[in-house]
Design a protein around this ligand. Structure first.
Ligand SMILES: Cc1ncc(C[n+]2csc(CCOP(=O)(O)OP(=O)(O)O)c2C)c(N)n1
Length: 576
């Protein structure tokens, strides 16, 4: 029988799945749930060593002889401290040991409660890393715990082996109940190095979605590697502007993703395998569809040179620690396949059409400007509203896009953009809201400046982001910080920019040409919109796109079952 404690069940299950079967146990109360699960399971070989100092050295000896990683378990408080000498020896000797230290719930740490000192403060040269598990009280804690236990176990043998601490909060071992007959099924994560066998990396017959996160423009080699791979599988590459990837099977499907219902995504568009490359994609919609809260089921393979266990969608099963070009080249098959999965996404996105008449807003500006941004320009999009809006509109493939999506701050959008602009003679465009502009306004005075700068400030009096339909609360005064800054005119002119502005469509269209052409002076173009028109524009776009999606899905059904079949279904559902 196993404990009801979820974190302990997860640990025991993952120790087994990762093949760690030697455990050195020191006696105590807090670690009872862990020891109970392990001692009763014939998979494990247990050793009892009372003194924790000795237990850790004993574990080193076991590794010497077997060459296999070892786990240890001790109770809370001073027990952990006594692991230190042995851990230090293991650290410098590179011995893979998982030191599982039971702990009181963090609520008790340092609160003059019995046996509850902070025990995650080991010396830097005693463990490679400390993983402090959450106390599992909800589904999200459980997901957090699964990822961390996998990460801790993988870390003991990652690159250079060594000891790792896994600190496990136990509420109260005395009241623990041990009536769980079987361990739950827990997702185990594997890491593959270049020199490992990749035999189980079989993708044949699967629907594969590659998500290309933010990336500098790809080299010819990188493009060839991706193109070769996508040719030989039923796959497509989900991109947004930050991916800077424009291969044959790329689909910029932000708008479709945002309007597709979860149900339809699950039924018709979800992948079997998701492969992620590059950095963050900065796309809330795809996250919403793929993340676990929505119960969608697929495997996530992460390909990255850092080899980190980044479980963005709570579905990570494999991490390939290598450059993605190596991954793709190694798995490219010598065959041509049908690209039905790509075609269905392409068709879906192709059905999206932005309404011609939009209220005066960031989406309207994007609609009017996107095709006029000259080829070979750079475009930087301030996070959230501007990024999302502009990703709805296609750009010429020669335009390079960036946004501060790695840490999602509004603080440095303009500084990054200006840094880029001084290192090129290309025209450089920035689309930025008023809060982000004023936040980073002193960067406008940086004296290294060329005439290639074009800044579009969408001044909607605060953070429109928080007043769109998705945010139902009253946001104006504090959440959206309206009424702060006025206009950027004075600052733009005093720092040597040409300033132009527009308060309506006519004025905007008058100045549009000037903004996108070469000129002798860099330009700040301030456009005054309202939060209401921003929200209305987004709503109009989403409503029309959702209707288009319904039509695509209807036609999909019709193409399978024919008109007669549709009639029968209608009769059934409409009760005729
Ligand atoms: C440094 C920092 N502070 C706060 C935030 C939270 N935040 C995200 S979007 C946003 C509003 C941005 O407003 P604005 O630049 O005017 O753009 P709009 O939404 O109006 O297009 C804020 C405050 C952040 N991302 N970074």
């Amino acid at each position: 029988m196993y404990t009801t404690s979820k974190s302990v069940q997860i640990i025991v299950s993952l120790l087994k799945q990762h093949g760690i079967n030697q455990v050195v146990i020191s006696p105590g109360g807090t670690n009872v749930p862990i020891v109970q699960g392990i001692q009763d399971d014939p998979f494990f070989t247990c050793y009892s060593v009372v003194d924790e100092r000795s237990a850790m050295y004993f574990a080193i000896g076991l590794y010497f002889e077997t060459g296999k990683p070892v786990a240890t378990s001790c109770t809370s408080a001073q027990a952990t401290r006594n692991y230190l000498p042995g851990l230090t020896e293991a650290f410098y000797k590179h011995v893979p040991i998982l030191a599982i230290t039971a702990s009181k719930h963090p609520k008790y740490w340092g609160q003059e409660y019995m046996q509850a000192p902070v025990q995650t403060s080991l010396s830097v040269d005693s463990v490679k890393q400390t993983f402090s598990l959450p106390y599992v009280d909800s589904k999200i804690d459980e997901l957090h715990c699964v990822r961390m236990v996998n990460e801790a176990i993988l870390e003991i043998t990652h690159r250079v082996p060594g000891p790792v601490q896994l600190n496990v909060p136990i509420l109260d071992s005395v009241i623990e109940v041990f009536d769980v007959p079987e361990l739950p099924s827990v997702r185990s994560i594997k890491r593959y190095m270049v020199w490992d066998e990749w035999n189980d990396a079989d993708l044949t017959g699967k629907k594969i979605m590659i998500v290309a996160g933010e990336h500098r423009p790809y080299s010819d080699n990188q493009i060839a590697a991706i193109d070769g791979f996508v040719e030989s599988y039923n796959t497509f590459v989900y991109v947004n502007h930050l991916s800077n990837y424009h291969g044959k099977y790329a689909v910029s499907a932000n708008l479709a993703m945002s309007c597709l219902s979860q149900n339809d995504f699950e039924k018709s568009y979800k992948p079997d395998i998701l492969i992620t490359i590059g950095g963050q994609i900065g796309d809330y919609y795809i996250f919403g569809k793929l993340q676990s809260g929505n119960h969608t089921d697929f495997e996530h393979w992460r390909v990255a040179e850092d080899g980190n266990i980044v479980d963005t969608y709570d579905k990570l099963t494999k991490v390939f620690e290598c450059p993605f070009e190596l991954f793709f080249t190694r798995l490219t098959g010598n065959r041509q396949v049908e690209h039905a999965y790509y075609e269905s996404w392409e068709k879906l996105q192709g059905s999206m059409a932005i309404p011609e008449e939009l209220p005066f807003s960031n989406p309207y500006l994007a609609q009017q400007l996107h095709a006029s941004i000259p080829k070979n320009s750079c475009l930087n999009l301030a996070i959230k509203n501007s990024l999302r809006t502009w990703c709805y509109f296609p750009l010429d493939s020669s335009i390079i896009c960036n946004s501060n999506v790695a840490a999602f701050g509004i603080d440095g959008c303009m500084s990054v953009f200006l840094g880029q602009s001084v290192a090129t003679d290309k025209l450089c465009f920035l689309v930025i809201g008023d809060l982000a502009f004023f936040y980073d306004m002193n960067s406008l005075g940086i004296r290294h400046r060329k005439k290639n700068i074009r800044i579009l400030v969408v001044n909607n009096d605060g953070g429109a982001e928080f007043k769109l339909n998705s945010h139902p609360y009253v946001a104006d005064t504090f959440i959206a910080a309206a009424g702060h800054n006025g206009t950027v005119k004075g600052w733009a002119e005093s720092t040597g920019f040409k300033y132009i502005s527009a308060v309506n469509k006519e004025e905007f269209l008058q100045h549009k040409g000037e903004f996108v052409f070469e000129s002798e002076q860099s330009i700040v173009f301030e456009v005054f919109t309202t939060p209401e028109s921003e929200a209305a524009a987004l709503k109009t776009i989403h409503e029309k796109s959702s209707r288009s999606i319904k039509d695509v899905l209807k036609n999909k059904v019709r193409s399978v079952i024919g008109d007669e079949g549709v009639k029968v279904l209608k009769d059934i559902f409409l009760g005729k």
